[in-house]
Design a binder for this molecule. Structure first.
Ligand code: UD1
Ligand code: CA
Length: 440
């Protein structure tokens, strides 16, 4: 049964990114940072997720909607089943503690624990979130900590001589002695819902930037004698938040490695992981081979026994059925290739449905865009498109038809099944009756 609530703090302006785009909608492996964090939030099976956004809330919500992330939530904003999703606006942004103050009214009526996450931590694994929640003592709180080689920028964990956690001090407020501490606050907390209001009311902005720090809650909980468990993060890499574009690129690399390992574990042969870019939400069947320098975007579906690459870009909406092969500077967008179909050299195929066992010759271009609209093209089973052909959409090539090398098939043309068309613009060379006698 769903239990408790999760608050995701994502209102900060993210100035260190030096970007006009809100920080949490920067993407890593085809998904926004916030999308990764919301997946973690859902893995806790909460009743409710409260998302704190700032002045760019509309842009953030639009990005979540465009990615289909809202389908995993219910409630006013959600578009499916799952926990309810509620957005609250923090404007101006006066610190992480202030952000939780803004979220608190949306928590009334929830039972159990409140888990607080930051929206800029895409590397936290569901298992680590679950360990944090499981580690919370009855009636008490838990927080995630880690010992890292370079604690710079993080809040440091202060412990008493007996080793009990006492407080968190932010990097910018820390003394030289405190800066030497290598144990950091990961930025992941779980506490009883009924303690939230009281402890938030006690926050003060008496610190270097004059903000309300969520991390000061650690000190007030301890001062009140609330049991606090510091749960060690097993994989230190997960603690990496994204504050800069350099950190975004290292987070992307880590997420990419995880995705590639998942595909390899499922029977996909990836010849060179270092030059293979596979977004989240890509399905690949077993015994498919992915050759170097290949980019597969979110939403791509690839069957079993296919060959993809080298140097191939499959964009959103591309589907390869079992045994299809694409490679050597070929780009697909909203294109479906049927079983056993091949497009192995220098092609662009956009908004195309290709049947089974067709051959798309080297350098075939489907001109799907007339400057205003995208148009669809169909190429039926066993069609043969000669090298260097241009198919101007919308058009259709029938079953077993042949388009001769270098042909330009004009817009609205239908090459009938079994015919052969050649030339610029393409015209019938072999009419249907001849085609039939050819075949016999
Ligand atoms: C925070 C912690 C620090 C911890 C680190 C882990 C505080 C005060 N510090 O520092 O102890 O080691 O994360 O990565 O919490 N946000 C809001 N409203 C605000 C300010 C921030 O929603 O007014 C959001 C941001 O969008 C971001 C998250 O809170 O997603 C964390 O804020 P950020 O400024 O990145 O905190 P850090 O300096 O990284
Ligand atoms: Ca951060």
């Amino acid at each position: 049964m769903p239990q408790g609530s999760v608050v995701v703090l994502a209102a900060g302006r993210g100035t260190r990114m030096r970007s006009a785009l809100p920080k949490v909608v920067h993407r890593a492996c085809g998904r926004t940072l916030l999308g990764w964090v919301l997946e973690g939030a859902r893995s806790l099976n909460p009743e409710r997720v409260v998302l704190v956004l700032g002045s760019d809330a509309e842009a953030v919500q639009a990005a979540l909607e465009a990615d289909g992330e809202l389908r995993h939530f219910s409630g006013a904003l959600g578009q499916g089943t799952g926990p309810t999703l509620e957005v609250v606006i923090q404007e101006p942004q006066l610190g992480t503690g202030h952000a939780l103050q803004i979220a608190a009214p949306a928590l009334t009526g929830t039972s159990g624990a409140v888990t607080v996450l930051y929206g800029d931590m895409p590397l936290l694994r569901p298992e680590s979130l679950q360990a944090l929640v499981a580690g919370r003592p009855a009636g008490g709180a838990s927080m995630s900590v880690a010992r890292v080689a370079d604690p710079s920028g993080y809040g440091r964990v202060l412990r008493s001589e007996s080793g009990a956690v006492q407080a968190v001090v932010e990097h910018r407020d820390a003394s030289p002695d405190q800066l030497a501490i290598d144990e950091i606050n990961v930025g992941l907390y779980s506490l009883p819902a009924e303690l939230v209001d009281d402890h938030l009311a006690r926050l003060s902005s008496d610190n270097a930037p004059g903000e309300l720090y969520l991390t000061d809650l650690v000190g007030t909980l301890v001062a009140d004698g609330v049991a606090l468990e510091a749960v060690e993060l097993e994989d230190l890499g997960e603690a990496q938040g994204v504050n800069t574009l350099a950190q975004l690129s290292s987070a992307r690399a880590e997420l990419q490695e995880r995705l590639l390992l998942q595909h390899m574990a499922a029977g996909v042969r990836i010849e060179d992981p270092a030059t293979t870019y596979i977004d989240h939400d890509v399905e690949i069947g077993a015994d498919t081979v992915v050759l170097p320098c290949t980019v597969l975007r979110a939403g791509v579906r690839i069957g079993t026994g296919c060959e993809v690459g080298p140097f191939t870009h499959l964009r959103t909406g591309s589907v390869l059925e079992d045994g299809a092969a694409v490679g050597n500077f070929t780009e697909l967008k909203q294109a479906r290739l049927g079983k056993g179909t091949k497009a192995k050299h220098l092609s662009y195929l956009g908004n195309v449905e290709v049947g089974a066992d067709a051959n798309i010759g080297a350098g075939t271009i489907v001109a799907n865009y007339d400057g205003k609209h995208k148009h669809a093209t169909t190429i039926a089973d066993r069609a043969f498109i000669g090298s260097g052909s241009i198919l101007i959409a919308p058009c259709a090539v029938g079953e077993g038809a042949l388009v001769g090398a270098g042909a330009v098939v004009k817009r609205n043309s239908k090459v009938p099944a079994g015919e052969a068309w050649v030339g610029v613009p393409a015209r019938a060379l072999v009419r249907r009756a001849d085609a039939d006698s050819d075949a016999s």
